[in-house]
Design a binder for this molecule. Structure first.
Ligand SMILES: Nc1ncnc2c1ncn2[C@@H]1O[C@H](COP(=O)(O)OP(=O)(O)OP(=O)(O)O)[C@@H](O)[C@H]1O
Length: 239
């Protein structure tokens, strides 16, 4: 059984539906990617899975358990971790306090903070630093660390590498691979760096105009000469 099963999911804002009857699945211990042009509805799709945007039809199951109608917080308790695009951390709080806000709110054991510090040593070094003064990459690590405190079965990452310096991108990708190898499923919305990320992806779903048009595995997709023009409007440089 796949870890995540999305069936015929529809959602939108106001009078407009943005995603139209999307179905796909993602497995544990592997990386599944969603890729597509700006405005395709990728963020809306993952926010609907996470319970941040209400579904208007269809279903989402995690480990066979339906999550439909549950608020985001309840989904998080059941193992669905979501790190939004905007690296939202509490800028006025220290690194450590950001993490403690989550452990207190979700009544988690305090040693979970040490667990995520092991994965992100730079955050441990900077535990007393105000988060607003971290670099973009460090803020992204803190946002991911906050999601990991719940020990999610599935971690959704919305464009985690966008806007980061190449060296930081490399180390973040390595850290995400460590998370995947620990058995966590990763659902990754890709915006930048496809030539680095796609080879790591078991399944890739190509989204356009609120629908999934194609499924492939990452290496297959990179080898497809039409892919870059079709979905990114540019040629993908080889890694
Ligand atoms: N809160 C909102 N209210 C109204 N419309 C929205 C809202 N968020 C997104 N949209 C619209 O939904 C459509 C899909 O946006 P979405 O952010 O899901 O796409 P995306 O594929 O993630 O794009 P990008 O790669 O640019 O982030 C766009 O037309 C966008 O303007």
């Amino acid at each position: 059984m796949p870890l995540l099963e999305v069936e015929n999911l529809t959602s939108g804002y106001g009078r407009n539906n943005i995603i139209h009857g999307i179905s796909f699945a993602a497995d544990e211990g592997s990386i599944t990617a969603i890729i597509g042009p700006n405005g395709a509805g990728k963020t809306t799709l993952v926010q609907t899975i996470a319970g941040v945007v209400d579904a208007r039809g269809g279903s989402v199951k995690l480990g066979g358990e339906p999550l439909d109608g549950m608020p985001a917080r309840e989904r998080a308790r059941r193992g669905l971790g979501y790190t939004p695009q905007l690296r939202n951390v509490f800028g006025a709080l220290s690194v450590e306090d950001n993490l403690e806000v989550v452990t207190r709110a979700m009544r988690l054991p305090h040693d979970r903070v040490d667990e995520v510090f092991e994965l992100f040593p730079i955050l441990a070094e900077r535990r007393k630093q105000r988060s607003g003064t971290l670099s973009g990459g460090q803020r992204q690590q803190l946002a991911i660390a906050s999601s990991l405190l719940m020990r999610p079965r599935l971690l959704i990452l919305d464009e985690p590498t966008t806007g980061l310096a190449p060296q930081i991108v490399d180390s973040l990708i390595k850290q995400i691979c460590v998370i995947e190898r620990s058995g966590t499923g990763v659902l990754w919305v890709i915006e930048e760096h496809p030539s680095q990320i796609l080879p790591l992806c078991g399944r890739v779903f190509l989204m356009e105009s609120g629908q999934i048009h194609h499924e492939a595995n990452g290496p297959q997709l990179l080898a497809d000469p039409g892919f870059a023009e079709m979905f990114l409007g540019a040629r993908i440089p080889q890694a």
